[in-house]
Design a binder for this molecule. Structure first.
Ligand SMILES: C[S@@+](CC[C@H](N)C(=O)[O-])C[C@H]1O[C@@H](n2cnc3c(N)ncnc32)[C@H](O)[C@@H]1O
Length: 386
């Protein structure tokens, strides 16, 4: 692959485009341009490796290789065949193709992916009388098609599987949140990495572990592998050097991180996940009912992802629950700030505190609100909602 300096596109979740652009700036990416749920940037091979390793709010780092208009599926087949695929994949290798389609002309993303796959494997068969095989889970090459109306962008997916999977979460409690969402929320809060951090409904520990990774300079992708490691031009020496540089930056976090949950199993899972990330010694785990805890946690930052109440029989149960969250924060978290994310927009209104920020986000398919609350000393008037 002749790719000294090239364009890349990092995809992300709705609402984190600017955060991702900031992250790219920090690692030295050039020509950063914000797109819809994605950020375009330029860099060399080192930047491609670094972006995969370091970016906390990216889902994938794509390398566009071709862009064209398509009239119909046959046209897609023809134009995919114009790409010299043996530059990127050996005939004995494996591939997978994913397609996203946003178009009035084409609707079935699976069908478009299938057509593109036929074009790739037929090219190999014509040339070598053999063809690479398909492996959807761990292919040597993952190809990404992005079809927008009649415009088709073909990219190589340098990440492999989604960067949202860091590799430390081997066990999951109920309704775990994506690592990218948790890291993105922590970034939006502008946490200074020093203030004590409380994660009182920790579930599988995502907020706490992401926070510990951030505070200890542990790169997001430190515990996983990437698609580019399977590419024919993989530079092992360069990759080793980047990983060594990253390892040397890892340090002990300054503030304390407290993770707790009412459910004992969740606490055990969270602790195991933190062990996997080599960060368990920096997080204190405890089984605790947040609503009945009398421990004062003044001057800290709290991240809460409470149950949304989809499974509770009716709103009557979830509203008092959210009311109590507000009361608890008011009484035991003076001079702190709390960030609450919930898809239950109605229940959020009953927290009883006035949010100083409201941000629209998505947790999977669910539209959510992330709300920030400033908690004052004593019973200041401002903290009550009118
Ligand atoms: C939506 S899940 C949190 C998922 C978490 N963010 C993760 O990534 O795994 C909500 C959590 O709140 C916990 N929970 C519910 N009521 C609680 C209470 N009163 N005190 C502490 N935790 C509670 C549940 O056990 C559950 O683990």
């Amino acid at each position: 692959m002749n790719m000294e300096h090239y364009e890349m596109v990092a995809t992300t979740l709705f609402g984190f485009e600017e955060t991702l652009a900031d992250e790219l700036k920090v690692i030295g990416a050039q020509k950063i341009e914000i797109l819809n749920r994605a950020v375009r940037f330029e860099g060399d091979k080192k930047m491609m490796y670094k972006s995969n390793l370091y970016l906390r709010t990216a889902l994938r780092v794509l390398m566009p290789i071709s862009q064209f208009m398509i009239r119909d599926e046959r046209d897609l087949y023809k134009k995919i065949q114009r790409i010299e695929w043996d530059k990127y994949l050996s005939v004995d290798g494996t591939l997978a193709i994913e397609a996203t389609v946003k178009s009035d002309y084409f609707t079935h993303s699976k069908f478009m992916a299938l057509k593109a796959k036929d074009a790739v494997v037929d090219q190999f068969r014509d040339k070598y009388s053999r063809r690479p095989s398909i492996d959807v889970d761990t292919p040597d090459l993952r190809i990404n098609l992005h079809i927008n109306d009649r415009n088709c962008a073909v990219s190589l997916d340098s990440s492999g599987y989604t960067l949202g999977k860091r590799g430390y979460r081997t066990a999951q409690s109920e309704a775990p949140m994506s690592e990218v969402l948790a890291a993105g929320i922590i970034a939006l809060s502008q946490w200074d990495k020093k203030r004590n951090l409380v994660d009182p409904m920790c579930g599988s520990g995502t907020f706490s572990i992401e926070a510990a990774m951030i505070a200890s300079n542990t790169p997001a992708g430190f515990f996983r592998n990437f698609g580019f490691e399977m590419w024919p031009d993989f530079d092992k020496t360069l990759w080793k050097q980047i990983k060594t540089e990253a390892r040397e930056q890892i340090k002990k976090p300054e503030g304390k991180i407290f993770a707790s949950d009412i459910d004992e199993r969740s606490v055990t899972i969270a602790e195991q996940n933190a062990i996997n990330a080599n960060l368990a010694q920096f997080i204190s785990f405890k089984k605790l009912d947040f609503l009945n805890s009398e421990t004062k946690q003044n001057n800290c930052i709290v991240f809460l992802n409470p149950p949304y109440g989809e499974r509770l029989k009716d709103e009557e149960e979830i509203i008092p629950f959210y009311k109590e969250i507000g009361t608890q924060l008011k009484h035991f978290y003076e001079e702190s700030e709390a960030w609450i994310i919930s898809a239950n927009i109605n229940a959020l209104k009953f927290i009883g505190l006035r949010p100083s920020r409201k941000i629209k986000l998505f947790n999977g398919p669910l539209e959510c609100k992330l709300q920030k609350y400033e908690l004052f000393k004593g019973k200041k008037r401002e903290q009550h909602q009118d």
